[in-house]
Design a protein around this ligand. Sequence first.
Ligand SMILES: NC(=O)c1ccc[n+]([C@@H]2O[C@H](COP(=O)([O-])OP(=O)(O)OC[C@H]3O[C@@H](n4cnc5c(N)ncnc54)[C@H](O)[C@@H]3O)[C@@H](O)[C@H]2O)c1
Length: 460
Amino acid sequence: MSQGKFYKKIVCIGAGYVGGPTMTVIANKCPDYKVTVVDISQPRIDAWNSDNLPIFEPGLKDRVERSRGKNLFFSTEVDKEIDEADIIFVSVNTPTKTFGEGAGKAADLQFVEKTARRIKEISRSNKIVIEKSTLPVRSAETLEKILHSGKNSVQFEILSNPEFMAEGTGINDMENPDRILIGSKDTPSGLAARDELVKIYAHWVPKEKVLTTNLWSSELSKLVSNAFLAQRISSINSISAVCEATEADVQEVAYSVGKDSRIGEKFLMAGVGFGGSCFRKDILNLVYLCEHYQLNEVAEFWKQVVTINDYQIERFVKRILRSMFNTLVGKKIAVFGFAFKPDTGDTRDTPAISICRRLLEEKAQLSITDPHALENAKKDLAGLAGVEFEPDPYKAVKGAHCIASLTAWKQFQKLDYQKIFDAMEKPAFIFDGRNHLDHQKLFDIGFNVYPVGKPALLHF
Ligand SMILES: NC(=O)c1ccc[n+]([C@@H]2O[C@H](COP(=O)([O-])OP(=O)(O)OC[C@H]3O[C@@H](n4cnc5c(N)ncnc54)[C@H](O)[C@@H]3O)[C@@H](O)[C@H]2O)c1
C-alpha cells in the first residue's frame, strides 16, 4: 500500500511500556515510515500526546518530542489505523491467567485474540502481523488460524519479534540492542515478510545483530531469556541465605564467581528478589508449557526459581521482625523505594508489594517514599490501613524505627544519613534489601545495618 510521502505505514496495537517506547525509537530511526501507536485506553493515548507521558523511562520524553506529529502518532482510532497499515505490531498485555484452566501459570491471551479478530474484521489489504508481546510457543499458529478464518481473502504473514528491552534502560536497550530476534515461516511469503522487518531494523542495528529463526524458536527464546535472567537472581539469592548463615559475604562470593568468564558478572546482585511484569509471568508460562508436554521434571526445575524469589521476600521480612525484638506492632518503618527497580515508576509484581503487606500484617506503620512510583504504590496498597505515601524521604523517616531499602534508586544513595539518623527512633535499624548503600558509613553514624547476604553491622 502506498502511504504518500512514507515508504510504509506501521501501526502498533498497545501503547504500554513496550509499545510506546519501541515505536518511538522506530519512528526516530526510520523517518521514511509513518508509525502510529493505538490503544483502547483514551487516558493513555491522551498522556502520550501530552507533556506528561504515561510512563517514566529515562530519555523517552526527548525521543517522543523528536518525532511526535512528524512520523509518530498516538491514537485511539484502532480500526482506521489497522485498515491503513502495512505492518502491524501487536504489543498488548499478556498477563498470567487468574481464572479457569491454567490459572496462576498460563498466559491470558484474551487481549491478543481480541486484537487478532479486530485485525481480521477490519483489514482490506495484505498485512504483516508481528508478535511483539511475549507469547506462549506456537501462538503464531493460533493467530494465523484466527486471521485466516472466514471469507476474508486478505493475506496475513505472521512474524515473531519479541522485545528484550529492560525498563529503566529501555531507550539504550532499543537504540543499541544486544540482538534483534525475528522468527518467521520458512516459506517465500514468510521470508519476504521477515525481510521487510529486517529492513526496518537495518536503519540502525548492525546486520550481525539481527538474528532470524523459525517462529517457535523465536517465541521460546523470549521465555527462556527471562527464565535464565531470573534464574541467576534466584541462584545468587539462594546463596545469600547461605552467606547469612555462615558469615560469608555474598558480594565477595558473587564477584569471585562472576570473574569466571564462563559465568560472567551480570545479574548476580543479591537482593529482595526480582519483580516487574515479566519474570514471574514468563517463567510460569514456561512451567505451564512444560507441564502441557508432560515434562514434569523440567517444570519443577523452573518453578523453583519463583519459589526462591518468594522465599527471599519472606526471609527479608522475618529478618526485620527478628532483629527488631520480634515485634513490629506500632513501629514506624520508612520504606525506601517501591518500584521494582530504579529508573522506572513501574510497580507491577514489585517485591515491595508483598513486603509491605507482610509488614502491615505485623501491624507496623509504613511511610513509603519513591521518586517516581508513589502513584502506582497508592493503587497497589489501596484500602490498607497504616500506610502513608511521602515524596520526601526526610519526612518519611521522622520518628521511624527502621528503614527498609527496597529499590536501588541513586537518589537514596545521596541522602544525608546523619540527618536521617537524627530524626529516627533509637536504636535505628536499616535493612538494605538492595545492598546499594554505604554500610560502613551508616554503621559509623550509629545505624544497626542489615545488608542481604552479609554479616550485619551491629552496635549491640
Ligand atoms: N514491560 C516490559 O518491560 C516488557 C519487556 C518485554 C516484553 N514485554 C511484553 O510486551 C507485552 C506488553 O507489555 P507492556 O508492559 O507494554 O503492557 P502494558 O499493560 O503496559 O500495555 C499494554 C497495552 O495494550 C492495550 N490493549 C489491550 N488490549 C487492546 C486492544 N484490544 N486494542 C488496543 N489496545 C489494547 C492496553 O490498554 C495497554 O495500554 C507483554 O506481552 C509483555 O510480556 C514487556
